[in-house]
Design a binder for this molecule. Sequence first.
Ligand code: PHB
Length: 401
Amino acid sequence: MSKQWMAAVSILLVTASSALAQEVKVGIILPYTGVGAENGQQMDRGMEQYLKLNADQIKPYTITLIKRDSKVPNGAESKIAAQELFTQDKVDVLAGWVYSPDAIASASVVSAAKKLAVIMNAGTSFITNLSPYFVRVSFTLWHSSYAMGEAAAKTLHAKTAVVAYSDYPPGKDSLDAFKYAFEHNGGKVLDAIPAGGPTAVPDFTPFFQRAKDEHPDVLFVFVPAGDFAVAVVKTYTALGMKDAGIKLIGPGDIVQDNKLQGMGDAAIGLITMHHYNADLDNPENKRFVAAWKQAYGPDSTPDFTSVGAYDGLAAIVHAVQATKGKMDDGDAAVKSLLGWKFDSPRGPIMIDPETRDIVMNEYLDEVVKGADGKLHEKVLETIPNVKDECKALAIGPCAPK
Ligand code: PHB
């Protein structure tokens, strides 16, 4: 081949590869059927809104989402999906995971692929320790439940609590975090009641009756949002626990925004701790909620799962820009996100460079009825820049081995 030909061929190759580098393939693993399907839809819409509202940030790249259904939250489908997305679809980055068992089961696949993997929901603290390629933009139950334990003792002046929790990793975290903070601030957890798992909504009556008989000041509940949350409020009301003087509290998972209106007036007075509610008064959230209602109808609303997905794409787009589209270098992609800051609809967020977990505000919220006759979340207190306390304190499953 002549020198001129060789030069022409190499120019063609460079042009072709930079054209290919413009498309970033993102594998998405979410529940699109079964118990978590509504969360899957809420998160799809969160991603859709990110792409729409931030088109300028993405240029000159294009983001292609390749979606897989994680189905039952037991890890099996999610692991297969992760393998197929990497080996067959050749994705540059993986994201999603509503349920902790799905993220936990996918960790070894992520490590083997050496590509960035962004956790958009799953909230068990230790998950990010399972692979150096995990970065979490959602939350851990230690963020919310530790802060709620402190607030229950200091702000609500509760002396005694009973904890009921979905019996799987994030539920155990929620119990440990609440108990640690509540008891370090003078409270006493009288009982901890495992209340079913994440695969089906149980009848909470026997668990809550046991709690009622123990007469605590507060009943602290963790369930994985969705229809679980609606059943919690229904059972609490049906058993007359409010009238018996027992306050229902928990992480914000028990008042997911898209389920709030369906809970009815029984939800008024509920106190929760979380990093997001759709009523948050900041410019990013106003823009996000307005675009959402325009796209999906005035009665629809984003919730914390939607914001996790929105912020997850923001993180991925940051990594794409920072690495100039070279997402095949997973180490560089992860590195670009250490210390990354973003103005999210939930308020300012940052990725902790040491833990790859999120740092964000927690809000102590009360459910109130607005002048429009609808239920809203009123922020009682803001706790700024909260870290995952399990890792910050190096306790429980986060203690050095
Ligand atoms: C989880 O499985 O980690 C999980 C799912 C739903 C939630 C919170 C945590 O609302």
